[in-house]
Design a protein around this ligand. Structure first.
Ligand code: NDP
Length: 289
């Protein structure tokens, strides 16, 4: 077993981005983040994202709104940011409060500033293989890890477990496109009747489910590459201890069967932030062109 070190890979990508930004002749790129409410994990994510921006020379600004903000008020702010030529990237931190329609909010962001890649136009561009598309950060991060660890995808059998709009579906498209994967992709989900067989057939197995340890050793082909997107917080066995985050793959049981495997934490997670920074620079370049 060899480990795919997402943390180290993300740090080298961030250093590459820092050097590119340092060489820019005009103002630095700018990312604006909208945060509604005080959901603790969201506050941590936003803080981490803006800290990472600062480290590589991207300017960032957080727009914090109370939980009871109306959808109309949020849409007005998005319009202002869309029209502000100093803003290159706009990120709406999810989840949004239940009185807001997430699709309406995400679709209000200028597609050219949509660094999360959630706007329908960017999803369409991804389907068409447009290289200017801004693509969702986690799927991009998975592809980047495979590339940097020299995992050949062309002609290989890839199984993705999970078909969400933010991970499974865009990842399936990236990995099947000739330019970004060229693989034979199978997408499994909760209604897949032969999950074990579908997983066993994979040269590259990617789990994006949200169920701790769903993937066991009986589901992994000998010599497979395993990418675990899942992040599941386990309640501590002893009261007062911290919650442990584990993946969808039973890492200890599976690792010796794998050629390469990502850990959780320290695998795909850090890559998501690195790809957000990369998308912000890409949006900046697209807007300047
Ligand atoms: P969703 O809940 O949106 O999607 C989960 C998918 O898994 C669905 O397609 C669902 O099927 C499928 N599924 C559920 N149960 C099973 C099962 N028993 N067998 C097979 N498939 C199943 O989750 P997300 O895509 O948003 O996230 C998935 C995981 O990745 C989560 O743990 C999340 O925390 C993590 N994540 C990590 C990120 C990172 O940066 N590392 C970023 C984003 C997510 P169906 O469609 O039929 O319901």
């Amino acid at each position: 077993m060899n480990l795919i070190d997402g943390k180290a890979t993300a740090l080298s990508i961030q250093e590459e981005l820092r050097q590119q930004i340092e060489k820019l002749n005009s103002r630095p790129p700018r990312l604006d983040v909208i945060l509604v409410g005080h959901f603790a994990p969201s506050v941590i994510y936003v803080t981490n994202k803006t800290k990472a921006c600062k480290e590589i020379g991207i300017t960032s600004q957080i727009h914090q709104f109370p939980e009871e903000t109306t959808q109309l008020d949020l849409l007005k702010t998005i319009q202002q940011l869309n029209q502000n030529p100093s803003v290159d990237g706009i990120l709406i931190q999810s989840p949004l409060p239940s009185h807001m329609d997430t699709n309406t909010i995400m679709s209000a962001v200028d597609p050219n500033k949509d660094v999360d890649g959630f706007h329908p136009i960017n999803r369409g561009k991804l389907l068409l293989g447009d290289p200017k598309a801004l693509v969702a950060c986690t799927p991009l991060g998975v592809c980047e890890l495979l590339k940097r660890y020299h995992v050949a995808t062309s002609g290989k059998r890839v199984t993705i477990v999970g078909r969400s709009n933010i991970v499974g579906k865009p990842l399936a498209i990236l990995l099947m496109q000739p330019e970004t994967g060229n693989a034979t992709v199978t997408v499994a989900h909760s209604q897949t009747s032969d999950l074990k067989e579908v997983c066993l057939s994979a040269d590259i197995l990617i789990a994006a489910v949200g169920k701790a340890h769903l993937i066991g050793p009986d589901m992994v082909k000998e010599g497979a590459v395993v990418i675990d997107v899942g992040m599941n917080a386990l309640e501590p066995a002893i009261e007062g201890k911290k919650r442990r985050v584990v993946g969808d793959v039973d890492f200890n049981a599976v690792k010796d069967k794998c050629k390469l495997i990502t850990p959780v934490p320290g695998g795909v997670g850090p890559m998501t932030i690195a790809m957000l920074l990369s998308n912000t620079l890409k949006a900046y370049m697209n807007l300047q062109a």
